[in-house]
Design a binder for this molecule. Sequence first.
Ligand code: SAM
Length: 213
Amino acid sequence: MRLRNVPGSRDYIKECDYAVNEPESLKGIWRSSFKKSDDSELHIEIGCGKGRFIHDLAALNPDICYVGIEKFSSVLIRALQKAELLYPENLLFIRFDAEHISDIFDEGEVNRIYLNFSDPWPKDRHAKRRLTSSQFLKRYDPILSKNGQIIFKTDNRDLFDFSLEQANESGWNIVAKTYDLHSSELNAGNIMTEYEERFSSQGVPICEMIIER
Ligand code: SAM
């Protein structure tokens, strides 16, 4: 994602009710911050960008708690501004690097992780920065609930093949996969992300995999 610095975005995030500024303090008690029952599902999107996908998902599923995680303030501010207009009751955001995800979610606390159009980091020496690398899968493992799943979408075939390989090598089960989501049965109920709309409008097929332990 090309990053344009948005002056004041850090201060905006500090003041915004939809941003959790000390996410470590909610480790193990995320559901209570949504005033949801303890058996509500908690789904997170890592690298939520401007938040279009998670906003749409939260509006469609009011009984599920959602957390959007984004590394950069200049991007996250757009998701927060949208929240200030829509007042979702089941959606919060964090400016956070997912590398430290186990600092903010407890064992088994998360039911589903969405990874959408994650940065490909094409150089081999940067492979461990990819959000579907074995290093990241190892970080997701403890925070996911027993039947928890990771759902990953991308336009990037090399990244997709790498991700399938890493999942296999790390002992995850590939529950479903497609190299052309929009023509597959997995497309039922699919919510488009910003990047997905851009790539598919250019005729690029979208890959999706669903994995669990
Ligand atoms: N998911 C959105 C979509 O599909 O439209 C945005 C895709 S954009 C290519 C990837 C996003 O992931 C960027 O906003 C980037 O800042 C964020 N990101 C990359 N690495 C991250 C990390 N380690 N932790 C949190 N966010 C990250």
